[in-house]
Design a protein around this ligand. Structure first.
Ligand code: EPU
Length: 337
């Protein structure tokens, strides 16, 4: 029998460590429990929020609806020659899934080592790091359709993946709950070390022919050195997206700021939001209980007792400064509630 709780604290369920309460809260351990839950018409009438690892959320107020914490577990794989399909429950911790793949020698997700969050959240915002995005290894996922109570499969095309985007954040927002994800990985070692920071770190360690274990280790080391550990300092990783602007707009900015960190991408020029924020003197700044991280200005942190509103206000001020100096408006990557 499913147990829903009232007025539940969300402090331990968001990596910012912000105190906020959910009017109702339920934990789901098996996908069938979602069908059971939604047979009650009550839950169709109120706002629902699905929580994985809570690593991409900022609560600025209490949540006046039902929070559904997904705990669906299990990882298994099926090898077919050079390919392997690994299937993981949405509630698995992302990095445990990565470790599973790395220890079996399955290549494809080692660059995504140590990203906080759950497997179920990974397709929602097409997580990415160090030259790899989820869409590069995503085969399909099974999701619960709230309105019908059916389980629906989404393949890679169905998900309409973009930079930190998918159909689950756009057209189908709030309509599906991801239950499990299938990944297509390789039993051969295909190493992707195109990202400069990885190459530099491998060289520093004297590794010339890296294995996927080496890549995973190096990526983890880089992350630890740059990003705060949410178990000690509340944060949600990159708070903003890196803005992509048109070439003409870029040319103007570039003239004025010749050192601007940028990358050419399909749709224009991607700017490093961390660099823009640092240029506005926000890097490492402490503002009350909040601030930006000393080693990576793109990360906003909770120094202990920050409220969600405080963090939000800081993000507003940062957006304003960057817009004033560069004429570029930053967009939040983190979901605000
Ligand atoms: N930079 C600065 N100052 C800073 C931060 C960065 O000048 O305070 C410069 C760096 O020197 C570098 C460039 O900006 O030249 C890029 O920095 P970094 O490699 O740290 O990556 P990022 O663009 O800031 C993105 C992702 C991260 C991901 C890294 C590595 C986004 C919004 N963020 O950050 O993802 O780990 O690349 O691939 O795309 C996340 O999404 O939560 C996240 C952590």
């Amino acid at each position: 029998m499913l147990q829903t709780h009232e007025n539940a604290s969300l402090k331990n369920f968001n990596t910012f460590g912000i105190e906020a309460y959910a009017r109702y809260f339920v934990e789901i351990n098996h996908k069938e429990e979602l069908q059971e839950l939604f047979t009650d018409a009550k839950w169709h009438k109120i706002q629902c929020l699905v929580l994985g690892g809570g690593s991409n959320m900022l609560f600025t107020q209490n949540f006046d609806g039902l929070v559904i914490k997904i705990n669906i577990r299990g990882i298994e794989h099926r090898i077919n020659h050079d390919e392997v399909i690994v299937e993981a429950g949405a509630g698995e911790i992302w990095n445990n899934f990565v470790n599973y793949c790395v220890s079996w020698g399955f290549a494809g997700v080692e660059n995504l080592s140590l990203i906080p969050g759950s497997v179920g959240a990974s397709p929602i915002q097409n997580i990415g790091a160090y030259g790899v995005e989820l869409k590069d290894v995503f085969e399909s996922c099974e999701a619960f359709e709230i309105s019908t109570g059916n389980f629906v499969s989404f393949n890679n095309t169905d998900c309409k993946f973009g930079y930190r985007e998918s159909v689950f954040k756009q057209d189908k927002k709030g309509q599906y709950i991801v239950c499990n994800v299938k990944f297509k990985l390789s039993t051969k070692e295909h190493i992707n070390i195109s990202y400069g920071a990885i190459t530099a770190e491998l060289e520093k360690n004297g590794i010339t022919q890296p294995s996927i274990k080496d890549v995973s280790k190096v990526v983890s080391e880089i992350r630890v050195s740059k990003l705060p550990d949410p178990s000690t300092i509340g944060n949600a990783g990159s708070f903003f997206k890196n803005p992509v602007i048109e070439q003409q707009v870029f040319d103007k900015i570039h003239k004025q700021f010749p050192n601007i960190v940028h990358f050419v991408v399909d749709k224009g020029i991607k700017l490093a939001a961390g660099w823009l924020i640092e240029q506005c003197d926000w890097k490492g700044k402490v503002v009350g209980e909040t601030g930006t991280w000393k080693n990576q200005a793109l990360v906003l942190v909770n120094h202990g007792k920050a409220t969600g509103q405080e963090v939000y206000n800081l993000s507003e001020n940062i957006i304003e400064s960057v817009e004033q100096k560069f004429g570029v408006r930053l967009e939040r990557e983190v979901n605000i509630f």
